[in-house]
Design a protein around this ligand. Structure first.
Ligand code: FE
Ligand code: CA
Length: 536
């Protein structure tokens, strides 16, 4: 392969071009274009006041021919503006086939601009399928760490094996991100993140909650409301060395859940009292910061309070991963919210959980883009989780699919009518490990099993946790489709072949100290063509 130099198809360049168009339309003259720079001076030879790659590097959204590579220039990551003020400047990037970065196959330059927090997103393409690559960035005479990324198998081919993990829920104060350090050692094909990458609430809120605080956020920040609040929060989290190691080990497929915006937000609502306009402003700030800090494609650049986060990742013919956005389009919460006895509202088919457009896109994917294994990678539990031991009372958490039964019923029908015999749902959110079977009728244990759901625990949220307790044992009893429960921290590792899916629940004995030990708590197998769980 020859080394190609490109002045990249970077998001920043496209962003600037669009903004130039916009300003030209606005001003109606060519003046702004003629100045060469829109607003900010170009810093030709940047000299930073500190190491510029404090937040590490990351890759994301792998395809057969490439992936996104990301960094964010921040010599002073916890200061407003990251220590680079309002300059714009070039960042060089390189992709090689070796970790020593000697066999460079592609290189280019991207502009870091203050409007995007000096983040750099490059969509690298024209690479070989199912290959390891290495990349780094250079800016201001400084080099970033070298990181690994990997392309997916080519379309039309069936890979013999893929290994990936599901992770999420990483509240900073609750413990060390030790799980990420172990995950980095695995050199996986990719990682799916189900959200709660940050928690938006103030340091004071954590103190008030009487949780065990393993560490405190620097600067004791308040609740995230503005763009700068969110930027600061992502920086606090991304300074973590274990998180950086995980990002540097493999591409992440990112999604978001509630805490990237506000606790239990639903569409255009946040709690009962927040005005719609306030919610939309919060969304705009939150999505902008999310984009700036995540290794995502240009298609995920937000437009004010809107962002396109649902998308499909194809790993040859082995996996079709439908990444959902279960927050942005959902109807307001039913039955008073929280854990509540189910009322008619929760079953109202008019109340959508994922919005009409996403629903059509998903069902079309089942029909026309199916693979050996068909995955829905999303945020909150899909299977029924009845919390009331009384056999005559159904009490569920309204923030989950249980609060939007109409959408779940339509989804199950779509799975059946597309004859998907290998349907796997990947979930997070509840800070516990669960494995269960998705039943056509959850009230009838004998009804057809349509697929399986693997719920991953948290990286750190809720601290050390516990293996099981009385309440959880009674939940297992009340929900016979639920086959496993564990309340420790870690991640779920998936090993997928054309014949077999294996999920390993990797748990830590502690996250209160940095030397937690990782073990496999439980493994489940799904045989191809036989929806259902077998514990091993
Ligand atoms: Fe969480
Ligand atoms: Ca959540």
């Amino acid at each position: 392969m020859s080394s190609r130099f490109r002045f990249t198809r970077s998001h920043q360049a496209a962003f600037l071009a669009e903004r130039r168009d916009f300003l030209r339309r606005l001003v109606g003259t060519g003046f702004i274009l003629a100045t060469g720079s829109v607003v900010h001076p170009v810093w030709a030879k940047p000299k930073f006041d500190g190491y510029p790659f404090t937040l590490g590097v990351a890759s994301g959204d792998p395809a057969a021919d490439g992936f996104v590579i990301w960094t964010k220039i921040a010599p002073k990551p916890l200061e407003q503006g990251g220590g680079v003020g309002r300059h714009q400047f070039e960042v060089e990037w390189m992709v090689a086939t070796d970790r020593k970065m000697r066999k460079i196959v592609q290189r280019g330059k991207a502009m870091a601009i203050p409007e995007l927090g000096h983040s750099v997103h490059v969509e690298v393409d024209q690479l070989e399928p199912a290959h390891d690559y290495f990349y780094h960035f250079v800016a201001g005479g400084e080099r970033s760490p070298v990181a690994r990324a990997r392309t997916l198998p080519a379309e039309g081919t069936t890979a013999s094996k893929l290994r990936f993990a599901t992770v999420g829920c990483q509240r900073y104060e609750d413990g060390y991100f030790t799980a990420y350090r172990h995950l980095a050692d695995e050199q996986l094909d990719f990682v799916f993140h189900y959200g709660d990458y940050i928690y938006e609430r103030s340091a004071a809120f954590a103190r008030k909650q009487k949780r065990v605080l393993v560490r405190e956020m620097p600067g004791a920040p308040g609740t995230c409301i503005t763009l700068d609040d969110f930027r600061n929060r992502y920086s606090i989290y991304q300074l973590d060395p274990d998180l950086q190691a995980a990002h540097a080990s493999t591409p992440f497929v990112m999604s978001f859940d509630d805490h990237e915006v506000g606790n239990d937000w639903a569409g255009e609502t946040l709690g009962r009292k927040t005005k719609r306009s306030v919610v939309m402003e919060r969304r705009a700030a939150a999505f902008q910061a999310w984009y700036e800090h995540m290794p995502v494609r240009r298609a995920q650049l937000p437009q004010g309070p809107d962002i396109l986060a649902y998308r499909r990742i194809r790993a040859g013919n082995l996996l079709s991963v439908n990444v959902l956005d279960t927050r942005q389009y959902r109807a307001p919460v039913a039955c008073g919210g929280g854990v509540a006895v189910e009322c008619a509202d929760a079953r109202d088919p008019q109340r959508s959980f994922i919005g009409d457009a996403q629903e059509r896109w998903l069902f079309d994917g089942f029909r026309n883009h199916a693979a050996r294994w068909n995955v829905v990678a999303q945020q909150v539990p899909m299977m029924r989780m009845d919390r009331n031991p009384d056999p005559d009372v159904l009490e569920v958490n309204m923030d989950k699919w249980d609060g939007y039964v109409g959408t779940r019923d339509r989804l199950f029908k779509a799975v059946e009518s597309a004859k998907l015999s290998n349907f796997v749902v990947l979930t997070g959110d509840v800070h516990v490990n669960c494995a269960g079977e998705l039943k056509k009728d959850f009230s009838d244990p004998k009804s057809r099993t349509l697929g399986v759901e693997f719920i991953g625990t948290s990286i750190s949220s809720n601290g050390d946790g516990y293996d099981t307790n009385k309440g959880r044992q009674s939940m297992l009893k009340k929900n016979p489709h639920l086959k496993f429960f564990n309340g420790q921290r870690g991640y779920v590792r998936h090993s997928v072949t054309p014949e077999r899916w294996q999920a390993d629940y990797q748990v830590l004995d502690t996250i209160a100290t940095k030397d937690g030990k990782l073990t496999t708590r439980k493994s489940f197998v799904v045989e191809y063509g036989k929806p259902g769980l077998r514990g091993i």
